[in-house]
Write a protein that binds this ligand. Structure first.
Ligand code: BGC
Length: 291
């Protein structure tokens, strides 16, 4: 199953703390048009909702799970902004081009891209099939490349509109702590996220002179279906929390809040940075008591 599909579900996130209600200023992204891929569930869903709360109009991309996507749209339109669900497989060039063209036609432009869609296909190295390797690279890395490229064409066409934003466009790549933490049994996933880091930094360098800000968010363990087995039993949770100095599993809203900040002009001078939202997972927690 795809992260576009499984990384989050309302089921997994309902009742979770960290709701953005009352936290996000509703005018922060007013008038901006945001495209969030894989937004029918999990991190993508929470990010789309947070951007909507901040005043952006939002396109909720999904590849499967239309009903979930429509529910996200309904929630976002409840904030008094526009939203629509667009089906597209981010690893398919024609579908990505059709999706961004449609957004420009129906919403006028694209100001913010959150390239979130991704998936895991885990296997021990010698058992990993070429299909598993390829699928993860296609969606997690090539999918971000295609969406970023098409969004960038629109940013360049339109240029800076000062009343809307100081930047001509903002791209947020959804990476992972595994862009720097090697992960046995997940070589395809870790490689894809390592690729996302270098793609993001290269694009940031190439596009900054055009006033396009490219950054990434690297989530740690966030409570979504993609990693359910890591938190849904007391034993697994205990093991997981040993890797998280802040001593709680993240909520999808933690990532949504970070995305709103990075997309807004409050962070206009932030270019080519990875924001780790991981409760300290990347701080080598094993060394708290050793070394
Ligand atoms: C993965 C999760 C994992 C987390 C921390 C994420 O990128 O998708 O499955 O729990 O990293 O290891």
């Amino acid at each position: 199953m795809e992260e576009q599909d499984i990384v989050s579900s309302t089921e997994a996130t309902s009742g979770a703390p960290g709701t953005s209600q009352g936290v996000i200023p509703a005018h922060l992204l007013r008038g901006q048009k945001a495209l969030v891929t894989g937004a029918n569930s999990g991190i993508g869903r929470a990010t789309a909702v947070a951007l909507g709360r901040a005043g952006a109009d939002v396109v909720v991309n999904y590849v499967a799970g239309k009903d979930e996507a429509e529910k996200v749209v309904e929630e976002i339109t409840g904030f008094g902004v526009r939203a629509a669900a667009y089906e597209a497989d981010v690893s398919d060039e024609q579908q990505v081009v059709a999706m961004t063209d449609r957004m420009v036609r129906e919403f006028g432009t694209i100001d913010i891209l959150v390239a979130n869609a991704g998936l895991q296909r885990d296997a021990p190295f010698t058992e990993m099939t070429l299909a598993q390797w390829q699928k993860v690279l296609d969606v997690n890395l090539t999918g971000q490349f295609l969406c970023a490229r098409e969004a960038t064409k629109e940013f360049l066409r339109r240029g800076v509109v000062p009343e809307v934003s100081r930047a001509a466009g903002k791209i947020i790549c959804m990476s992972s702590v595994h862009q720097i933490i090697p992960w046995a049994g997940h070589v395809n996933y870790a490689s894809s996220k390592g690729g996302v880091q270098m793609m993001m930094e290269t694009l940031a360098q190439e596009l900054a002179p055009k006033k396009i800000r490219v950054n990434a968010i690297a989530p740690g363990a966030i409570r979504t279906p993609i990693n359910r087995s890591a938190w849904d039993t007391p034993e697994a949770l205990e093991d997981l929390l040993r890797l998280i100095p802040y001593d709680r599993v993240g909520d999808p809203e933690d990532i949504g809040h970070a995305a709103v900040g990075l997309a807004s002009d409050l962070m206009d001078y932030v270019v080519g940075t990875t924001l780790y939202v991981d409760g300290g997972m990347t701080l080598f927690p094993g060394f708290a008591t050793g070394g």
